[in-house]
Design a protein around this ligand. Structure first.
Ligand SMILES: CCCCCCCCCCCCCC(=O)SCCNC(=O)CCNC(=O)[C@H](O)C(C)(C)COP(=O)(O)OP(=O)(O)OC[C@H]1O[C@@H](n2cnc3c(N)ncnc32)[C@H](O)[C@@H]1OP(=O)(O)O
Length: 210
């Protein structure tokens, strides 16, 4: 049976207000997202899915080093501090970097579903300029799932988790098989990631529906 509670109606209404496109409206057949039983517990850090990831990897010197923490249901929070390497205008974060922070946060949600998925569409509102040194407090949740399509939303706030919204996004992720990476990625990085001695991270990077 299709899932269409008030919260989804509210999301659709708010999407219409923020101007997100029809492609980001979940279809009538959409279902409520289900947290995987083995998802990290609320409050647990997710850790980097790949050390060289520009969004979360610890081995990317100019990366965002975003730290995501599981929330209740299919939600999470994350923090990202804007550094001088992330500037666009003098002293302000580059919009593309802020979109990356939203994309990474939204992408991390899929680990709570235990689905491997890539961003198909990402729509971003830049509400306030974000100065270097700011810690952006991100919060994201999956709002609906329809077949391979995962609909999610995120906000980034300044001055603390309840501060003013600086950026927000709505996204559609599309579930893909592991071959997506093996067929399209570069052999040397794929092999290196497969040899990662951290089994949890290797599983997160490569295993679909373990
Ligand atoms: C090596 C390390 C591994 C790491 C693993 C962890 C990854 C974590 C990474 C986290 C990093 C952060 C995250 C990142 O940065 S992920 C990196 C950025 N994203 C990408 O590189 C994705 C590139 N795109 C693709 O590969 C394909 O286009 C995909 C896979 C997305 C779809 O091509 P595919 O041939 O498979 O499927 P389909 O075309 O039949 O579409 C299926 C359904 O989806 C609907 N649709 C599709 N696109 C759009 C759209 N734009 N708007 C609206 N709808 C769209 C489509 O209408 C259809 O709907 P329906 O007809 O069924 O109703």
């Amino acid at each position: 049976m299709a899932w269409c509670p008030d919260s989804l109606d509210a999301r659709v209404r708010s999407a219409a207000v923020s101007g997100s496109s029809a492609a980001l409206q979940p279809p009538a057949s959409a279902r409520k997202p289900e947290r995987h039983p083995d998802a990290p517990a609320p409050g647990e850090l997710l850790g980097a899915h790949y050390e060289h990831c520009f969004g979360c990897g610890h081995e990317q010197p100019h990366g965002l080093h975003l730290e995501a923490r599981a929330g209740e249901g299919v939600s999470l929070t994350a923090e990202f501090t804007v550094r001088p390497a992330h500037q666009g205008a003098p002293g302000l974060a580059h919009g593309g970097v802020l979109a990356t922070a939203l994309d990474e946060t939204l992408g991390s949600l899929n680990w709570l579903l235990r689905k491997i998925a890539v961003t198909g569409r990402l729509e971003t509102d830049f509400v306030r300029p974000v100065p270097v040194g700011t810690t952006l407090h991100l919060a994201a949740e999956v709002v609906a799932v329809a077949g391979r399509k995962i609909y999610s939303t995120a906000t980034g706030r300044m001055d603390g988790p309840t501060g003013p919204v600086a950026v927000r996004a709505e996204a559609l992720f599309v579930e893909v098989p592991v071959e997506h990476f093996v067929d399209n990625g570069r052999e040397e990085e794929i092999q290196a990631a497969m040899k990662d001695p951290d089994q949890a991270r290797r599983t997160r990077a490569f295993e679909v529906n373990p």
